[in-house]
Write a protein that binds this ligand. Structure first.
Ligand code: SAH
Length: 226
């Protein structure tokens, strides 16, 4: 999988993507990325990429001529995605779709300031994606969320195979059950007996029941979606 990342902060990459299982997958060549510095396509010698909003109002907007030149410099763009609070929210089911093509190329546009000129979205048939109902100061963190959540679903990225990624919250039709490890007794708190029993049927039933309860309590919306 390949990602072209357009940003005015190239030093922010690979950032968190350089660590853990996703970082190892980068070293192993399972995924790769190019960072395109939007400032290289600035319209003046000061490196400016933004301008005042037509219609007035506070805050600057990234210019379409600059972003267009940056996008045109990419040989193979694939699907172009702009991270924006206005897009549909990224969810595990959407992530799965992106991960389903391990040879895909995605071009990720990280906004700054108030955002980008609307015409660039239309001209390049850009897909908008939000990572949640809050405002970030830029799209770089959103891009890292996108790459991390997508790459970890590619085969052999997470240890334990597809079992490990299939047995997680949202994949199991709800939230995960409580997790425990050693020591079995800690500060007077004991690990539930059933988990020490070695009885796989009972363990599975307990986990399912815990998962159902927690989901019902915390995220009833996930149950309705089932
Ligand atoms: N004026 C915009 C917010 C701009 S925030 C609005 O009101 O909708 C600046 C940049 O941060 C955006 O261009 C976008 O790329 C990124 N960003 C902010 N919040 C985000 C979110 N929830 N999901 C994805 N990207 C986000």
């Amino acid at each position: 999988m390949h990602f072209n990342i357009l940003t005015i902060f190239p030093e922010m990459f690979p950032g968190t993507l350089g660590g853990g299982v996703v970082g190892r997958a980068l070293e192993r060549g399972i995924w790769s990325y190019d960072v395109i510095n939007i400032r290289d396509f600035a319209y003046n010698n000061y490196g400016s990429v933004d301008d005042e909003q037509f219609g007035g109002g506070k805050g600057m907007v990234m210019r379409p001529d600059v972003l267009g030149a940056a996008l045109d410099s990419i040989e193979k763009r694939g699907r172009v995605i702009y991270f924006s609070p206005r897009g549909p929210r990224l969810e595990q089911s959407i992530v799965r779709d992106f991960a389903a093509a391990p040879d895909a190329t995605y071009t990720l546009l990280c906004g700054r300031y108030e955002g980008i000129d609307q015409r660039i979205i239309e001209e390049y048939d850009i897909m908008e994606l939000s990572i949640g109902d809050y405002i970030l100061s830029g799209g770089e963190i959103a891009a890292q969320v996108f790459v991390d959540s997508t790459v970890r679903l590619i085969d052999n990225v997470v240890g334990g195979g597809t079992d490990a990624t299939a047995n997680e919250s949202f994949e199991i039709g709800g939230l995960e059950w409580p997790l425990y490890t050693r020591p079995s007794a800690w500060r007077g708190r004991n690990v539930p007996e059933v988990l020490l029993s070695g009885h796989h049927g009972n363990i599975e039933r307990w986990r399912k029941q815990q998962s159902d309860e927690i989901t019902k309590e915390r995220r009833p919306d996930l149950i309705k979606e089932k």
